[in-house]
Design a protein around this ligand. Structure first.
Ligand code: ZN
Length: 132
């Protein structure tokens, strides 16, 4: 596995694009909505990993609920795997609790699935695999 990206929940993605663009001295390279999740995302390349900013687009969005509860900040860590179906099966057998039993479409041309933070020391973990 490699750390593919870190997801950060933000209230105002435009303002945060400015902020992180200044921090990295390099602008975000794409913006993408994921309608099924009610989020707008933007991506920054940082070395071999990425930073994904996430802004809720409706009140049912998990990002809206996260910010209500905890405020802005680090939301999840995403690890890239070679075979996401195999890994979900393996982790289920190891006793991890999955939020998604089967992978779904995520941003950035990926198949993704989240593990429940109750089985990962309260860290929300995303597994992702580049779509062929
Ligand atoms: Zn992510």
């Amino acid at each position: 596995m490699k750390l593919e990206h870190i997801g950060i929940a933000v209230k105002d993605i435009e303002a945060s694009n400015e902020l992180f663009g200044t921090l990295f001295n390099s602008p975000h390279y794409k913006t993408e909505g994921v309608e099924s999740e009610g989020v707008l995302t933007s991506f920054f390349a940082v070395g071999e990993s990425k930073i994904e900013l996430l802004q809720a687009t409706n009140e049912d969005s998990a990002i809206h609920k996260f910010i209500e509860k905890k405020g802005e900040g680090i939301h999840h860590l995403a690890f890239e795997v070679v075979d996401i179906d195999f890994e979900l099966d393996r982790l289920t057998k190891e006793g991890f609790v999955l939020i998604h039993q089967t992978p779904k479409d995520g941003a950035d041309n990926k198949r993704i699935a989240f593990l429940h933070p109750k089985s990962t020391n309260s860290v929300l973990v995303e597994l992702c695999q580049e779509k062929a």
